[in-house]
Design a protein around this ligand. Sequence first.
Ligand code: HPA
Length: 278
Amino acid sequence: MGNAVYEKLLACKEAVRKVTDFVPDVALILGSGLGNYAENIKIECEISYRDIPGFPVSTVPGHDGKFIFGYLDDVKIVCMKGRVHFYEGYDITDVVLPARLMHMLGAKILFLTNAAGGLGKGFSAGDLMLITDHVSIFAPNPLIGANLDELGPRFPDMSNVYDKDLQEIIKSVAKDNGIKLQEGVYCQLTGPSFESPAEIRLLAGLGVSAVGMSTVNEAIAANHMGMKICGVSCISNLAAGISDVPLCHEEVQEAADKAAPLFTKLVTESIKRFNTID
Ligand code: HPA
């Protein structure tokens, strides 16, 4: 008998291939605030997650999501509108199934985006932050369980998860477009509760600049498969205890929406320049 996680991936791939033979170069996972991103894509095909048997669909009503296949200039991309989080109760292997599937469909680059709480020095709500590294030790590791040898090694190196060339491209796009871009380490926590001020002080001592409830799972799974990875956080709020305003989901969403035009520009122009990378 084969591995159930891998069998499920193969079944999802087959379901997608029944609809489209599009082979993307870049996979883009949209975080809060980038919900309308599809407007930028010359769309070839869309597939609702619900139409892929076994695919994890968000428990939040109206957030079930879809894959969008298409072009940004001549770059072929697959974009995820909507993602599931570990805090929704999914098995961690389901949380990373979409990232694995996009690689199996052909994507060699993964662009991760999210909304995050900021604790870096000089950070303000509305800032964008280039992810230079991550802290994963407070979130479940998606590689626990039998290793999927078809995808990657048992003990993958994590020294350079966020590709240096992709980081340089994103920085140059920010510079050329006058977009302020912070840099720092992103830490994923399980959520769904926000952090306490004591937890944020602890994380600050560990060199963390932004906290959130996604992204690192996918980055680990993608790195395992040898993908080139980059990520940008929208700092939707200052982390707990840094500002005295209590945190709420609506404000996070509102701030992320406000930052969306610049965030969109940074992501789009960067991906268009990714065709210079082999
Ligand atoms: N903490 C965790 N996740 C988040 C935050 C935060 O402050 N803001 C947006 N996502």
